[in-house]
Each structure stands twice: as structure tokens, then as C-alpha cells.
Design a protein around this ligand. Structure first.
Ligand code: GLC
Length: 678
């Protein structure tokens, strides 16, 4: 594992890399080359390499959290001590926990999941008494956040067993890797035994295939690992094999010319005909995220290696395809509007031959000048311009969206609040299909695509936290708190603004309940974001030259070079102290310290790391938080108190200005340095 933590396992769960933009990495590469110049010696802080590893392996999770790129944001934008007065315990929380616990399903005495809805008022149960894989995700996150990982582990293992069933629909054998949409526990009162019965689509309404189940499973396995710090589950043969089976299904070669995954209608959360066949954003975003999660967990052994290579290639192509062709903003819309059609050859601008006349009228008014989003679907001559909430939120969380695109998605939500959020967050898709189009496209399904579903609240909240816009989530949560419990935790709402409880909505829908809880808990303690969010893939970014020896196996040379770089920037700061370039050198200094610090953390050289953190600006909230965590790591509880109470007082001061360090303490791009304004 150490090897992986070292950064050699490029996209590994434990990969640690300082945040740095391409330009900065280039800059520091250049800097590395200056190392030959004569320089002053500084006292090199001794690491405690000698300290026994086992002494320090407790609380691995914290180390990982603080070193992971996601944690970089955690330090910059997320208050370490949560601003509790924002979150007066709402009476709905206790009620929600009660309802969530009542929905737990036991199998041979062990909790293995939660049923979809515990609606006593409805006589028609359908399959809502089953544990749905996708529905269980928010429940699982709630349990993980609450420190109850057992049910999640049981769920992951039980569904894995179901995966290896031989599955047949009529006479057709379904792929080995497919995970069920749902399962239930069958009690045999005579034999006094219990068995699990799974549904792979053979009983589902319309026999829809659960393409999203496998993706959610992988995402959840990573969330479990991240949250508990227990890598042993992901490393078991069963889990490794389960991932490989799922991956062989979605990475298999076909006739496709696109890296996106071809799907039938209704293969995900919208499991009714909604005109999303082809390459729906909901699936592509989950596919991207699951690939990234799998990459972090697959062992590079004889069997895993090939998959790792295939994932890396696919991610590269998929990311490029989605960011280029699914992205729509004002400028892009205008370009499409002016497209020529029937172009031929590699020079074609209108690559998919989209006919501008097919652009729906609504989009011209809907598209604000600020903001953008990933459209619903792209295939030859067919662009579905509809907005889909889950796909866009997952795009933010998986970093399929670039940082600029993530900001633009949040801008769009703000600009088009009424259309996308309404009175009962959040609309699955926008706009609803109506009239003749609804008849043709959906085959007259009972839902008009106007659905507003509370389960999306947790996804929105997580995306808000990641983009530093918690106020958007708070606004949405407030709306939910006005009604959801009074409405008996309805499954979905109808109407343009979501004012009506859905015609066929169940009550006590578990994912509405769990979605609310997760949203509340994440907002209260945003450090939980890490379990469901992935930072930008730094693999795309160049290494700094000093890092190379470490990757080739001689870490001590890297450390020496970094200290030498530190000497160099120090001397330059002194030389340039009165000139405008002093600032640039200070940024370089912060960068070098951040790189060194990261390096020390992963090797558990906490004292050396601590010494480095202390070299930096003492009023910087991100560093204070880092300092406190390191002190906790080495068991110095008293020492940890000081930085945490300083953080708290900084927080109180900033409240006076109406800004906490969510956004106000912007990170200086790439340096790992965060400064509060003023
Ligand atoms: C409905 C939803 C589906 C969900 C199921 C159980 O069929 O469309 O996404 O998983 O109910 O709640």
C-alpha cells in the first residue's frame, strides 16, 4: 500500500499530489533546472523515517483525507469546526432517522439494505418492498456518515453474490457482470429459512436493464473505503473480481465510434420510457465516475493490470468527448445555431451533423448568458438539449466537468432556479415533454418528465459544497423542510413548480428520507464530501521534475531536490524582496512547501510535515486546519487545540463580514495557499 500512497499508483485511492496548474508545474520544472546554481544551506528538518510504521498506521483515513486532492479543497473552503448555528437541529432529522431505521431489511439477522418505500397507506406495493441498488446509495451514505458502516459492507457483499447468479430472461442469458436493480428477502416459514431473490430486469416494469446498478456499486465501494479507511474489503478477491466483471461489460468493444456507453431507454433512475435511449448523460456521468473509482481500487496484479490500462484509455477519450460535445453554453448554442450541415471529412465543424432547425425553441430563452450544462444526449444528428440533474451533479462530483464547467452548472441552477428547482427540489429533467411529443417520445408514460424528486437533494448539496456554493444547497434544503415531512416523505412531485404530490408517488420513500439526511449532514460537516467526490485527475498534468526520481524508486533524491528548491526560493525571496517578483517567489515557496509537506504526510513523517506547515502563514485557515490534523495524527491533542480554536475565531470574525472561508478564502491556484480577503 505504501507504494500506492507514494503516488506511483497514478489514480489510486491513496494517490497524493499537490494541487498545481499546468503553467505552475511548468514554472516549477523550470525552477528545478535552476538547482545547479549556487545556493545557501538551510537546516533540513529531520524526518522520523526510523519510527516504526505500525506506530503510525492508526487513523490512516485522516492522512488520506488531508493529503488527497479533495482535501485540499476541504482545507480551503470547508470550516473545520462546523458553524453549528446554521444548523439548529431540525425536528425532521430525528423523524427521518426513525423512518430510515424502520426501512432496514434484515437477512439472517444482519442488516443488508433499506426498502424503497415503507408506505402503509398504499395497498399497491409493486416492488417498493425491495432493496434497490440505486435507492440504497443515499441510505448507505447516511449510515457511513453516522459511523455505521456494517450495513453498507453487508449490502456490498450480498449484491456481489447476486451478481454471480446465472441470470436468464426468457431464453436469453444476461451478462455475468450485471448487478440487479433490486432484491428482496424471501422468508420460508415452514423451513424457517431466508433466501435472497434478485431482479435483473426480468420483473421490472417494462423489463428495463439496470445499467446504473454496477456503477453505483463501484462508487459505493469507494465511498465505504474512503469513509472507513478499511481497504481490505475493496482488496478482497470477490470485490476485485466483481469490479472486473462489471468493467468487462462496459469496456467491451463493439461497433461504436464514440467512447460513450450505448444504452436502452429507462436503464437508470428514470426507469420508464423518457426518450433517453442512446448516450444519456445520466449514464455517461455515472460511467465516468465508476471508472475513476474502479481505477482507484483495482489492484495492478496480473488480472487487474489490463483493466487499469483500458480504463485509463477510456477515461481519456470519454472525458474529452463529453467535455467537448455534450457541453452547452450560450456561445456553444450560438455556434450550433450557425452550423452548416452535411459536412464531410476530418475538417467538419458540425461533427454529428446536427441540423440547426432541430434545436427546440425553448432553449433560446432558457440559456442564460452566464452558465452552461451537459446536455441530455448526443448522437448522429440528434442532440437532446434537455437538462438532467443527476448527470450534471455527478459530472461535478466526478470532475468530469472541468472546474470552469462546474461553476457554470451552478450558475445555471442559480439563474434558472424556478425552472430547475421549483418549489420542491429538484427536477429530474427540464423541460417536461408535453402534448404530442410526450405521446410520441414517451409512449404516454404516466410521468410527464416534470418530476421533482427530493432524493436529488443530496447530490445537489454535494455539488454545491464542491463548488463552494453551499448557500444554494441551503436554499433548496429550506424548501424541502417546508414540506417533505408534512407530505409524508413523498417519492416525487408534479406540476411546473412541483407544488403537487405526484399522482403515483409513494409515501415514506426511503431515498427522499435518506437524501435529506445526507444533505443535512454533509452541509454540517463538509469533510464527508470526500467519500463521494473525486478531484480533477492530476494524471493529466505534468510532473515536476524533482518528483521523477521518487517515481523511479529513489525517493531520497526527490526529497533532497525539494529541499534544495526550497533553499533556492528562499534566497530568491531575499534577493527580490523589494521587487515585484517577490510575490511570485513567495508563491513558489508555498508550492515547494506544499509538495514537501504532501510527501512527508504520505510517508507518515508527521513531525517533519509539521515543521514545514509551521513555516507558513499562521493566519491561513487551510494551514491551521492542516496543522491541527497533523497534531491529532501524532496524538498531540493539546497541541491540536490551538490551531482549531484559532480557526474558530477566524470563522467568527469572517461571519461578521458575511463570508466564511467557503469562497472568501480562495485558494491561490495551485499553490495550496489559501488567503482570506481583507
Ligand atoms: C421507481 C423509480 C426508480 C426507483 C424505484 C424504487 O421505479 O423510477 O428509479 O429505483 O421506483 O424507488
Amino acid at each position: 500500500m505504501i507504494e500506492e500512497m507514494d503516488g506511483t499508483h497514478e489514480a489510486g485511492l491513496w494517490r497524493v499530489e499537490p494541487l498545481c496548474s499546468m503553467a505552475e508545474a511548468d514554472d516549477f520544472d523550470h525552477l528545478s533546472r535552476l538547482l545547479d546554481r549556487p545556493r545557501i544551506k538551510i537546516e533540513r528538518k529531520l524526518s522520523f523515517d526510523e519510527r516504526s510504521f505500525s506506530e503510525l498506521t492508526s487513523n490512516l483515513r485522516l492522512v488520506d483525507d488531508m493529503c488527497s486532492p479533495a482535501a485540499g479543497r476541504t482545507f480551503s473552503e470547508i470550516p473545520t469546526s462546523s458553524p453549528r448555528d446554521w444548523f439548529e437541529p431540525h425536528p425532521m432529522i430525528a423523524e427521518a432517522w426513525d423512518a430510515l431505521r424502520r426501512s432496514i431489511v434484515l437477512f439472517r439477522g444482519q442488516p443488508v439494505g433499506t426498502i424503497a418505500a415503507l408506505d402503509h397507506s398504499s395497498e399497491e406495493v409493486l416492488n417498493y418492498d425491495q432493496v434497490f441498488v440505486r435507492d440504497f446509495v443515499p441510505s448507505a451514505l447516511a449510515f457511513l456518515i453516522n459511523g455505521e458502516p456494517e450495513i453498507v459492507k453487508n449490502f456490498l457483499l450480498k449484491t456481489l453474490l447476486l451478481q454471480s447468479w446465472e441470470k436468464k430472461i426468457d431464453r436469453f442469458k444476461i451478462g455475468e457482470g450485471v448487478l440487479p436493480a433490486s432484491f428482496k428477502v424471501k422468508h420460508d416459514p415452514v423451513r424457517k429459512s431466508e433466501t435472497l431473490i434478485a431482479d435483473f430486469g426480468e420483473s421490472a416494469i417494462g423489463r428495463v436493464a439496470p445499467v446504473d446498478s454496477g456503477f453505483w456499486w463501484i462508487i459505493l465501494l469507494r465511498a465505504y473505503t474512503k469513509s472507513t479507511g478499511d481497504v481490505s474489503l475493496a482488496e478482497t478477491q470477490e470485490c476485485q473480481r466483481g469490479m472486473r466483471l462489471m468493467l468487462s461489460l462496459c469496456l467491451s468493444e463493439g461497433f461504436d465510434t464514440f467512447p460513450t456507453l450505448l444504452c436502452a431507454d429507462g436503464c437508470s433512475m428514470i426507469d420508464r420510457r423518457m426518450g433517453v435511449y442512446g448516450y444519456p448523460i445520466e449514464i455517461q456521468a455515472l460511467f465516468f465516475m465508476a471508472l475513476r473509482c474502479a481505477l482507484a481500487m483495482l489492484k495492478p496484479d496480473a488480472e487487474g493490470k489490463e483493466f487499469i490500462e483500458r480504463i485509463v484509455q477510456r477515461l481519456h477519450a470519454l472525458g474529452y468527448h463529453m467535455r467537448s460535445y455534450f457541453w452547452l453554453d450560450f456561445q456553444q448554442l450560438n455556434d450550433i445555431y450557425r452550423y452548416k450541415t452535411e459536412e464531410y471529412s476530418h475538417t467538419a465543424v458540425n461533427k454529428f451533423n446536427v441540423i440547426p432547425e432541430s434545436i427546440p425553441d425553448w432553449i433560446f430563452d432558457f440559456m442564460p448568458s452566464r452558465g452552461g450544462y451537459f446536455v441530455g444526449n448526443v448522437s448522429p444528428a440528434r442532440m437532446d438539449f434537455r437538462w438532467f440533474a443527476l448527470g450534471n451533479c455527478i459530472a461535478i462530483l466526478s470532475s468530469l466537468a472541468t472546474p470552469e464547467q462546474s461553476v457554470a452548472i451552478m450558475d445555471l441552477i442559480e439563474e434558472r432556479w424556478e425552472e430547475l428547482v421549483g418549489e420542491m427540489p429538484l427536477k429530474i429533467s427540464y423541460p417536461a415533454i408535453e402534448g404530442h411529443e410526450w405521446r410520441i417520445v414517451t409512449g404516454t408514460i404516466p410521468f410527464h418528465g416534470m418530476l421533482l424528486v427530493a432524493v436529488l437533494l443530496w447530490l445537489l448539496t454535494a455539488a454545491c459544497i464542491k463548488t463552494g456554493r453551499p448557500q444554494i444547497a441551503m436554499r433548496a434544503i429550506e424548501l424541502v423542510e417546508n414540506r417533505l415531512s408534512k407530505d409524508g416523505w413523498a417519492e416525487y412531485y408534479d406540476g411546473k413548480l412541483g407544488r403537487f404530490i405526484g399522482k403515483q408517488a409513494r409515501k415514506f420513500q426511503t431515498w427522499s428520507i435518506a437524501g435529506y439526511l445526507v444533505a443535512k449532514m454533509m452541509l454540517e460537516d463538509p469533510s464527508h464530501l470526500g467519500m463521494i467526490s473525486l478531484e480533477e485527475d492530476k494524471g493529466k498534468k505534468p510532473l515536476i521534475k524533482s518528483d521523477l526520481p521518487q517515481r523511479l524508486g529513489t525517493r531520497s533524491v526527490t526529497v533532497d531536490r525539494l529541499y534544495a528548491l526550497y533553499d533556492l526560493v528562499q534566497s530568491e525571496i531575499w534577493e527580490e524582496i523589494t521587487t515585484a517578483s517577490a510575490d511570485l517567489w513567495r508563491r513558489r515557496e508555498a508550492f515547494v512547501i506544499a509538495v514537501l509537506c504532501g510527501n512527508r504526510f504520505v510517508h507518515r513523517e508527521f513531525e517533519a510535515a509539521l515543521a514545514l506547515v509551521r513555516l507558513q502563514d499562521p493566519s491561513n485557515p487551510s494551514l491551521l486546519s492542516r496543522l491541527g490534523y497533523v497534531q491529532l495524527q501524532i496524538g498531540d491533542l493539546t497541541g491540536a487545540k490551538a490551531p482549531f480554536s484559532m480557526l474558530e475565531s477566524l470563522h467568527h470574525q469572517s461571519r461578521g463580514t458575511g463570508h466564511w472561508n467557503w469562497k472568501a478564502c480562495g485558494e491561490e491556484q495551485g499553490t495550496g495557499v489559501h488567503r482570506c480577503p481583507g
